[in-house]
Design a protein around this ligand. Sequence first.
Ligand code: SAM
Length: 214
Amino acid sequence: MRLRNNPDAMPFLQEHADLVFINPRDHLGKWHEVFGNNNPIAIEIGMGKGDFIIENARRYPNINFIGIEKYSTVLTIAVKKFLEMETLPNLRFMKEDAAVLGEVFAEGEIDTVYLNFSDPWPKKRHSKRRLTYSSFLDVYKSILKDEGHLIFKTDNRPFFEFSLVSMNNYGARFHDVCLDLHHSEGYEDNVMTEYEKKFSPFGPIYRIDIDFGD
Ligand code: SAM
């Protein structure tokens, strides 16, 4: 999601340093201390405007959530939304690029990674930028616990197919593949993202749930 750059975004995020990590490497291996408990930690990478992670944090108070977004302008929208709600002590935000999360989280520090409607980068020459490309799977494998899950949703069929092949070639273990999330049984607890609300009327939503095992 690229929005017109908001020059006030970074100062705003800096003012809310209790909620937003702008230099998160300082907490490597110490994320449980940040939350003050040993609850599981789930992250959404490419959070956008935050609906998914905020609703998850509200529903699941015994899980710690971190919404990660590369662009300050988008992140600011999510943080403002959050500030208008009741306090959720189990939610924080981070301005960071998926590619460097191995420098932010220690090995096995994360229980669940969510990738929701990541940019599909449709041109073949841009395939390395897709967040399910093998170099990104390296990062997720490193930061996830052995039994930790990566859950991916998209409305983009070619990106879904690419991701299936990429994950399979990587040796991931598939727990579930769903070809039409909104018309399948067993997903009643699905939390919708902004993109999901916007694009699901036009076609199926695909979902993949994997772990990297041993
Ligand atoms: N997850 C949201 C949703 O489903 O509504 C937003 C989807 S939007 C298409 C993709 C988001 O990922 C954008 O907000 C974009 O800025 C962010 N993003 C793209 N590349 C990223 C990266 N390498 N690291 C972190 N965020 C990234």
